[in-house]
Design a binder for this molecule. Structure first.
Ligand code: MN3
Length: 233
């Protein structure tokens, strides 16, 4: 992720700034370096209403994501991890203490998540569509499998669409803040699309109705970002 795409938040009101267009120029995925600057949210808090309400977005971004970033920097401060690229850190995450794994995953997974959401209607590229058709048969079958992974993840975690080394795409879920780049997951690969199914991601609006949150998620997927991740993998 290029540093110039991230502007320090100095008490500015994101709600007043429609910044999401800026994210379209980001090089994805953002896994090249650990950045001490908290990344900018690529749109206003209310941009994804009604699928994701403004209050949930504000708390999720300014409290939860911010805390992962702060705690991650504290966990790696003055350790060899501070100078590593994120993908290398995750590739050997089993050798690091739990705060590095949990907060590093939390920091990175949320960046991916914000960037793979959009208020604009978008479509997958032909290359990504072909990969999805090859693995799942149809886009609807893919959505069904992804939604099942999200709905059935026990407790807190994430659902993922991942590209394996051979370019084949697959669906999985991870607990807590683990992700498919980590050496502790069963089947590793490049994350293309993720969905946060921690209760903090939906409870204010959906309460216990995780399935409704998951089904509405498709209204706000940024397929341009997901396609770029596939093509740049
Ligand atoms: Mn979250």
């Amino acid at each position: 992720m290029k540093r110039r795409n991230f502007i320090a938040l100095v008490g500015t009101s994101l709600a007043a700034a429609p910044l999401w267009a800026n994210s379209m120029t980001s090089k994805l995925p953002p896994q090249k370096a650990i950045d001490s600057v908290f990344p900018e949210l690529p749109y206003a808090y209310d941009a994804l209403e009604p699928t994701i309400d403004a209050k949930t977005m504000e708390i999720h971004y300014t409290k939860h994501h911010k805390a992962y970033h702060t705690n991650f920097l504290a966990a790696i401060n003055d350790t060899p991890a501070a100078s590593m690229e994120l993908k290398d850190l995750f590739a050997g995450i089993s050798k690091f203490p739990a705060p590095v794994r949990n907060n590093g995953g939390g920091y990175y997974n949320h960046m991916l998540f914000w960037e793979n959401l959009s208020p604009a209607k978008t479509n997958p590229s032909s290359a990504l569509s072909a990969a999805i058709d090859k693995s799942f048969g149809t886009m609807d079958k893919f959505k069904e499998e992804f939604a099942n992974a999200a709905k059935k993840q026990f407790g807190s975690g994430w659902a993922w669409l991942v590209a394996g080394k051979d370019g084949q795409v697959f669906v999985c879920s991870t607990p807590n803040q683990d992700n498919p780049l980590m050496d502790i997951v069963e089947k590793k690969g490049t994350p293309l699309l993720c969905l946060d199914v921690w209760e903090h991601a939906y409870y204010l609006h959906y309460q216990n109705r995780r399935a409704e949150y998951v089904d509405n998620f498709w209204n706000v997927v940024n397929w341009e970002t997901v396609s770029k991740r596939y093509e740049n993998r």
